[in-house]
Design a protein around this ligand. Structure first.
Ligand SMILES: Nc1nc2c(ncn2[C@@H]2O[C@H](COP(=O)(O)OP(=O)(O)OP(=O)(O)O)[C@@H](O)[C@H]2O)c(=O)[nH]1
Ligand SMILES: [Mg+2]
Length: 317
């Protein structure tokens, strides 16, 4: 894994009778909580993007690279597109919506995910944003494992088909992997002939530091309620690799003193549990023993301050 950006695509044509190399970007978009990150992880066969039951878990674009023989598909997991409310939303919400919209540029295909038969005003926002996209859009109806009355599905798929000229409409379960192979086959149809952008063994454009910070954030998203997870971000202060161990020091920044107390918990119980769970995931991800130190600091206003956001890695460049 590295921070390197992909080399430019030189569109080299195949030189022999072999099957041509194919490669393209595929954006995964949808409103918050529909299962975008779960789907990307399922396709890659490993946990790369964090997930939780709470909306607005993903804050950044995360590339997931899948290379199989001649085809390389570069999936882009995105933050959920959501409606901005003047009184409640902060600069970070604007950043997330921009990051999601930006992912639609120059892609070979788009996967638009919805949650079963629950269509909301935010799905309309996504659909509207897709109206200027010329790449083929595959509509995915996710979480079908959770539909009790399956007879409602067929008429719903037909109804959805009238909302746009979709390249395909597929009911899937990202959690259980149902019909995910079929989705990958659909996507493959739209990959152009091209050199591969990434080396075969690279699975993401994101650094190990980034993944470490996300794993800490995931535990907070999963363990704490109310607005705290939305007012917390993580900065990796140290990431030092030794032969048999990685030393990681992560700073959790919150907006208020009260939030700091909650994160630490009684006698430090909460922060210990967050640390333990994040460390176990890190050890799996980095295939190494990890020594993780967690700190909490109050940094008022970070989530509504463009400059602070940039310095904390919320940077579209
Ligand atoms: N039952 C069921 N649950 C699912 C499925 N796919 C995702 N989920 C659950 O839905 C919740 C949200 O999943 P995420 O993958 O985090 O959703 P997301 O679209 O990435 O959400 P944001 O990053 O907040 O936009 C999690 O609790 C998942 O376990 C599915 O196929 N079936
Ligand atoms: Mg997500």
């Amino acid at each position: 894994m590295s921070d390197q950006t992909p080399p430019t695509n030189d569109q080299t044509p195949p030189t022999s009778q072999e099957e041509a190399l194919r490669c393209g970007f595929v954006a995964i978009v949808g409103r918050p909580n529909v299962g975008k990150s779960t789907l990307m992880n399922r396709i890659l066969g490993q946990k790369l993007s964090i997930t939780s039951r709470r909306p607005q878990t993903t804050r950044h674009q995360v590339l997931g690279v899948k290379t199989e023989d001649h085809r390389q598909t570069v999936y882009i997991d995105t933050p959920g597109m959501h409606i901005m409310h003047k009184d409640r939303n902060r600069a970070i919400n604007q950043f997330m919506n921009q990051a999601a919209t930006q992912a639609l540029r120059d892609v070979s295909a788009v996967i638009f995910i919805v949650d079963r038969t629950k269509w909301t005003a935010e799905d309309d926002v996504v659909l509207k944003r897709l109206s200027s996209v010329t790449a083929p859009v595959i509509l995915v109806v996710n979480k079908v494992d959770w539909i009790e009355d399956k007879s409602t599905l067929l008429p719903w798929l037909e109804e959805l088909g009238t909302r746009r000229d979709f390249a395909a409409i597929l009911p899937i379960s990202a959690r259980h992997g149902t019909q995910v192979d079929q989705l990958e086959d659909e996507v493959e149809r739209f990959l152009p002939e091209s050199e591969h952008f990434f080396p075969e063994d690279q699975i993401t454009n994101r650094s190990s530091r980034f993944i470490a910070s996300e794993l800490v954030r995931e535990k907070v998203m999963r363990q704490l309620g109310d607005e705290l997870p939305y007012q917390m971000t993580v900065e990796i202060e140290e990431f030092r690799t030794e032969p048999n161990i990685i030393h990681i020091s992560a700073l959790m920044l919150v907006e208020r003193d009260g939030q700091k107390k909650i994160l630490i918990g009684e006698k430090g119980d909460r922060i210990k549990q967050i640390g333990r769970e994040a460390r176990l995931d890190m050890e799996k991800m980095f295939d190494s023993k990890v020594m993780l130190k967690l700190w909490v600091k109050v940094k008022r206003g970070w989530s509504d301050d463009q400059r602070a956001l940039k310095s904390l890695g919320y940077n579209l460049d």
